[in-house]
Write a protein that binds this ligand. Sequence first.
Ligand SMILES: Cc1ncc(COP(=O)(O)O)c(C=O)c1O
Length: 357
Amino acid sequence: MEEVDFSWERAKARRFGVWRYRELLPLRDDLRPVTLSEGGTPLIKVSNLYEKRVVNTPNTYVKFEGANPTGSFKDRGMTVGVTIAKSLSVDGVVVASTGNTAASAAAYAARAGLRCLVVLPKGGVAIGKLAQALLHGAEVREVEGTFDTALELVLESVMGGEMERFYPLNSYNPWRLEGQKTLAFEVVEELGEVPDFVLVPVGNAGNISAIWKGFKELYSFGYADKLPRMVGVQAEAAAPLAKAWALGLKKPVFVDDPRTIASAIRIGRPVNWSKAMRAVEESKGFFVSVDDGEILDAMRLLAREEGIGVEPASSVSLAALRRVAGEGRIGKGDLVVLVATGHALKDPDAMMGKLKV
Ligand SMILES: Cc1ncc(COP(=O)(O)O)c(C=O)c1O
C-alpha cells in the first residue's frame, strides 16, 4: 500500500472529513488509517427549491454524500472499518449489500491490500454499484431473494466459523457507525449551530443511529447546546419502521417482500432497528414513508432545480420534507438538513428508465 502522510497536523489542516475528528473516534493512536480522504462533503442550501415553494423553509440544506470517493456515505464508515480489519491481519472483508456497501468495501479493501467478498441480492443492485464492486476487484456472489437473504447468509457463515479469516463489515459493525457519525460533526461545524431537523433515508438503519450518536456526543462534550430531531425516512412498500411508528408499535413490522425503486433501501428486516427507534424516540423525531412517485419527483427536483444528482434512496429525504411540511410537522422557521446518501450515477436505470430524462 502506498505510504500516506497521516500526521495529526495534516488531518487537522483539512477543513472537514472523517479523520479530522480522530480525537472523537475511540481508536488506538498507532492505527494507520486506510483512507481515500472521505467526508468533507458539500452542505448545499437549496434556495431555488425554496423560491419555487417546493420546500417550506428557507433554511433547508442538502448534505451531499454522493461526493464521497465511491459516491456514497458508506465511505465514512468503511475507512474506519477497513482500518480495523487491516490492523487485525485478516485475509479480507465480507459484506452483504444492496450495492453501495459493496462498492465502498471493495475500494477500501483494494487500498488496504485485502480481499473483498460481497453477497448481493440477484437483480436487486443498481448497475453502477455492481460495476464499482467488480472494478475494485471484489469477489461477487449473487443470491436469490432480497438483501435480507444475503445478510442472513453472511451472518450464518461468519457465526458458523466458515469465514474466520474474513472481517464482517455490515452496519452492525460498530466501527462503521463510528465513521458515519462524523457527518453530524461536519454539519454542526459548517452551520455553526445544530439543525432543528435531520432527515435520513433508512434501510438497514445504521446511518440514522450513527448520525444521532454523533450529535449526542457533541452535546455531551459541550460542543453543542441542543440536539436535533431525527426523522427516519423509508419507502412505502419497504417501511418496517415507518409502519410500526404509524401504528404506535415499539417493534418493526417486518416486510418479507420489500419493493421500491430505491433499491439501496429495499430492506424488510433492518438489523439496526432498535438503535434507530431509540434515536428517533430520544430525539423526539419521527419515521415517515414516501411512495415511489414522490421519490422520483424529489430526485428530478433536486437535479433540475439545484443541480444535485442523487440516487432514488437519497431523494427520499426531500420527498419526506415535502410530505410532512404539508402536514405542518416541519415549519417555516426550522433549520433542516436533508441527508442525500448516494450519487445519481450509481443508478443510471433510475435516471434513464423511470425518470424519462
Ligand atoms: C444510498 C443509500 N441510502 C440509504 C441507505 C440506508 O442506510 P442504512 O442501511 O444505514 O439505513 C443506503 C444503504 O445501503 C444507501 O446505499
